[in-house]
Design a protein around this ligand. Structure first.
Ligand code: PNS
Length: 164
């Protein structure tokens, strides 16, 4: 039995949504230490720079004292050991997320036998939320205030203005 469990929640967070924040809140209540680790998803084109994503995350979790925000590059399977993590957190919104998440969890366990993935479900109010949808809505002038933290909404508006 492990005494001090370190949970790692990786993602691209481009940008952070209220759904991600809900998962962070739940994980921070379950585990003594939660590391939110931002990285590049090689299968996606990111709108926000790594620095912006770090800033928005740090601001949004500033009241959660057991949550640390970091960034990493390279394989998650290696970073998991580097951080001495015991549990990997991923959010599951719907059955449609399952196949990709299941594949990733098992591939990571093949790369690193220590890997344990724990899936958390967000509040049902957030099951329809995705970062890509948020970006599309914001870039087309739609209102995102109900779906993302205020600092993210502000940044989305800035980027929309720059692109005009
Ligand atoms: O928020 P996302 O984009 O769904 O997160 C996916 C992420 C970043 C967790 C995944 O792309 C990842 O682990 N990237 C790091 C590189 C890696 O280890 N790739 C192999 C995954 S099996």
């Amino acid at each position: 039995m492990k005494k001090e469990i370190i949970a790692l929640y990786p993602g691209s967070f481009d940008p952070l949504t209220n759904g991600h924040l809900d998962i962070i809140t739940r994980a921070s209540r379950l585990f003594p230490t939660l590391i939110v680790a931002i990285t590049k998803n090689l299968n996606k084109n990111h709108l926000f720079s790594l620095e912006d994503r770090i800033d928005m995350l740090k601001e949004s979790v500033s009241d959660m004292h057991n949550v640390k925000v970091v960034s990493f590059s390279g394989l998650l399977a290696n970073y998991f050991d580097e951080m001495k993590a015991n549990v990997l957190i991923r959010g599951l919104r719907a059955v449609s997320d399952f196949e990709y998440e299941f594949q990733m969890a098992l591939m990571n366990r093949n790369l690193n036998a220590n890997f344990e993935t724990v899936f958390l479900m967000p509040d049902q109010d957030y099951t329809f939320l995705s970062s890509s949808m948020i970006k599309e809505i914001a870039m087309l002038g739609g209102d995102t205030k109900d779906f993302v933290p205020a600092c993210v909404e502000k940044k989305l508006k800035q980027i929309k203005k720059q692109n005009q």
